[in-house]
Design a protein around this ligand. Structure first.
Ligand SMILES: [Zn+2]
Ligand SMILES: [Zn+2]
Length: 328
């Protein structure tokens, strides 16, 4: 197999030839056809997440076909199209695993962070955390759903069912969640970096009701807001934009520091929370309701060898939607 490997913090990924591995009893080996690039990959690259063990293969939005099954795997068959998400394994015995909160497991492993991921031609995954995928979408169009879609879905459930939804940071997750919210007949307000007219035009093109700068006041008070950009300054801005009792959800794994803000913008039962990871139940629900929703993922495709370029373009906001790597 070949992979783009991260050997040390803040270095370039290196194209590397690696021996093929065999799956253990509960694992499957997947021949990768597409892997999305997520902002979390930048946090891995930059060493902003704790305890990264090098070398590591990033990538946690994997779509491919099974080419080998471990002896104990019963739920999948060779050749089946599957998706591998960020949650790679949980312990199954901690208080979180035992209370339907496996996303908070004390001893988890995460694809592309603590176990090798999908910037490669092949990956080994724990079959118990892999999803069968609905048909109707290409592998490239499906890949961003494995994190941007799934975490987006979880954050949308966390923000509640209010009619007027704000989305701060309109990238891979934002453009998918906006379409889900429109399908649910909500009003969607998209906030981008100040002056990012291309980003605002993109948001309008996927159907939002209003798009503007993140420091602007929306035309109506919001019932809830989700922050996808890793920018702590957005927290007080979003709190000021939501009504009494409104919710603000921070959906990223890493964020710059939140500046001091006056208590009165949290007062009146506004709430602020984060969303961490996903549960398998999130994924099963998301992929079961997905076929009924008319969602188009906007992607820019890169060759696997060009992963460094894709990451740089994500960092610099060079494309709208999601980047997806495809092996040659
Ligand atoms: Zn991700
Ligand atoms: Zn656990």
């Amino acid at each position: 197999m070949q992979a783009m490997v991260l050997n040390s913090q803040a270095s370039e990924l290196i194209w590397t030839e690696l021996p093929d591995r065999l799956p253990d009893a509960h694992e499957i080996r997947i021949s990768i056809s597409a892997c999305g690039v997520c902002r979390t990959d930048l946090h891995v690259l930059d060493g902003e997440l704790p305890d990264i063990k090098y070398p590591i293969i990033p990538g946690h939005e994997i779509v491919g076909h099974i080419d080998m099954l471990g002896a104990a795997v019963k739920d999948f068959h060779a050749g089946q199209r599957v998706g591998v998400p960020w949650l790679g394994h949980t312990c199954g015995v901690c208080m979180f695993c035992k209370s339907q909160q496996e996303n908070l497991c004390d001893h988890p492993s995460f694809t592309g962070y603590t176990r090798d991921g999908g910037f490669a031609t092949s990956v080994i995954a724990d079959a118990r955390f892999v999803f069968a995928l609905p048909e109707g979408r290409s592998d490239v169009a499906t890949a961003p759903l494995l994190c941007a879609g799934l975490i987006g879905w979880r954050s949308l459930e966390m923000v509640g069912d209010g009619q007027r939804l704000g989305i701060y940071g309109f990238g891979a997750a934002g453009h998918i969640v906006a379409q889900i919210a429109k399908f649910q007949k909500r009003s969607v307000f998209a906030f981008t970096r100040p002056g990012d007219s291309a980003g605002q035009d993109f948001a309008k093109s996927v159907g939002v009701d209003w798009a503007g700068d993140s420091d602007q006041t929306p035309p109506e008070m919001l019932d809830g807001a989700i922050i996808y950009a890793p920018v702590g300054d957005l927290v007080p801005l979003a709190l000021r934009a939501v009504r009494k009792g409104g919710r603000v959800v921070c959906a990223g794994i890493h964020m710059s520091d939140i500046p001091r803000f006056p208590y009165r913008i949290l007062w009146e039962e506004r709430s602020l929370r984060s969303v961490a990871n996903l549960t398998r139940a999130d994924g099963l629900k998301f992929f079961s309701v997905l076929p009924a929703m008319d969602i188009t993922t906007h992607t820019r495709t890169y060759a696997l060898r060009d992963a460094n370029q894709a990451l740089a373009d994500l960092r610099n906001g060079e494309f709208s939607g999601a980047a997806v790597l495809v092996p040659d």
